[in-house]
Design a protein around this ligand. Structure first.
Ligand code: NI
Length: 467
């Protein structure tokens, strides 16, 4: 092949070349703009997708948080108040049960305060504490593809009011003070049982051969053995109710032994009287009794009674015996019956057990020491007596004897009036109330004795009187 020269190039002037150049520039610009628009669209879309993803995540997170906290709070609002409620019931029961047992305010009051505080805390029930949480609304700023997501509000339960810790603290406070009360109650029960056993032991020993019914002693021995076993277990060794029951068993068995012993003593005295010709079951008897001495007039009374050969019963006040032991001894030596009229003449029913016991025991002691005669008869001042005082008296070895003819000598302080009331009021079996601390009474006694004898009465001591 031979080479052919190139055809001549078309005519191209400088102006034609310039128009073609601008077209290219325009095309490139258009392409760049189009590309930019597409790129911006893509970026905007990505950002929207990312924003929606964040929005969805927040919504999901809130829902989870709400659910989780609800589960937690539902458990809290059941467990903590229930624990507190149970402790409060226990504390309240204990406080009521220990009334009259645990008296010390320093022990009782903390429990009462803790219970009050728990009540105040529980007064309005348990409420849920909540918190509003929001996921902000979302708006796509693209005018060609508008889109929105709404604002989302979720109520999250964050806890309970009162807080679990508050409820637990209140429960701990009640429980702690309840433990103190329970310990004190145990101590009380132990002390009571020990005191009963301490009282019962000598009664069992000293009553050997002195009772009619050995069964009462067997019962006391059994009650004491049970008490010893419980006492050996120490404070809190047995339930409070058991200690109380055993204490009561010992106390009533002690009382039964003493009752038996006192009845037997009385029976023996009546038999002795009968042997010496005094039998108030067939003879009309009157007992003259003199209360509140020994006093300044008592020696004069003893002379009158000696001259008339009349036995009387003296209800002695312990502190007066302490002041005039020789007069008390003279009364005992003259063959009169000495009896207990308490230490300082209180109304026994107004005193507590320990005080009653002390009134009686101190008087027994001072009379025994002064005269060698231990009373087994008690006249409570003012005739003020109830079952409790009677029971304590029996356990102190004392039988209660009141009166059935009041001369009111202490009120009238009139010799004739005293004599008239004693003589006109007398019946077979009369126990005449007189007071050897008044001169007017001593002055009335010779006439009373003469008048009663003239009416055929036999003058005796109260233990010789028919039952
Ligand atoms: Ni009196």
């Amino acid at each position: 092949m031979t080479s052919v020269p190139d055809p001549p190039a078309p005519h191209a002037g400088p102006a034609g070349r310039g128009r073609r150049g601008w077209w290219w520039v325009g095309a490139v610009v258009v392409l760049l703009v189009a590309g930019g628009v597409v790129l911006a669209g893509v970026l905007e879309h990505r950002s929207w997708v990312a924003a929606v993803a964040r929005y969805d995540a927040q919504v999901a997170e809130q829902a989870d948080a709400a659910e989780e906290s609800l589960t937690r709070v539902e458990a809290q609002e059941v467990v903590h108040p229930a624990t507190l409620a149970a402790v409060v019931v226990t504390g309240r029961t204990l406080l009521a049960a220990s009334e009259g047992q645990v008296e010390d305010p320093a022990v009782r009051e903390p429990l009462q305060s803790a219970l009050d505080a728990a009540d105040a805390l529980r007064e309005n029930g348990v409420e849920r504490a909540t918190e509003e949480r929001t996921v902000d609304a979302l708006r796509r700023p693209n005018p060609f593809r508008p889109a929105t997501r709404p604002a989302r509000h979720v109520t999250v339960v964050t806890g309970i009011s009162p807080a679990p810790a508050e409820l637990d603290d209140a429960a701990s406070a009640v429980a702690a003070s309840a433990t103190t009360v329970a310990d004190a109650q145990q101590q009380w029960a132990f002390d009571g049982l020990q005191a009963a056993a301490t009282d019962g032991d000598p009664v069992l020993t000293e009553s050997a051969g002195l009772v009619t019914d050995e069964g009462t002693r067997t019962e006391l021995a059994a009650a004491l053995a049970a008490a010893r076993t419980s006492l050996d277990a120490g404070v809190g060794g047995v339930p409070v109710a058991q200690s109380v029951a055993e204490r009561d068993a010992v106390t009533s068995a002690t009382e039964a032994v003493w009752s038996d012993r006192l009845a037997r003593t009385l029976e023996l005295r009546r038999q002795q009287a009968k042997d010496s010709g005094i039998d108030c079951t067939v003879q009309p008897c009157v007992a003259l009794t003199f209360d509140d001495g020994p006093g300044v007039e008592t020696e004069r009374l003893l002379q009158v009674l000696a001259e008339k050969h009349v036995p009387a019963t003296f209800f002695l006040v312990g502190r007066n015996v302490e002041a005039r032991p020789a007069v008390a001894r003279a009364a005992a030596e003259a063959g009169h019956l000495l009896a207990n009229h308490t230490w300082d003449h209180p109304q026994l029913t107004t005193l507590d057990d320990e005080e009653v016991r002390r009134e009686l025991e101190r008087t027994q002691e001072v009379i025994t020491n002064a005269t060698g005669q231990t009373p087994d008869v008690l006249r409570p001042p003012y005739g003020d007596v109830d079952d409790r005082v009677r029971s304590i008296a029996t356990r102190t070895g004392l039988r209660v004897v009141l009166w059935n003819l009041d001369t009111e000598d202490w009120r009238t302080r009139n010799t004739d009036e005293t004599r008239r009331r004693a003589v006109e009021g007398a019946r077979p079996g009369s126990v005449v109330l007189l007071h050897d601390i008044h001169a007017s009474t001593i002055d009335a006694v010779p006439g009373i004795i003469d008048d009663l004898r003239a009416q055929g009465y036999l003058l005796v001591t109260v233990d010789q009187m028919a039952p």
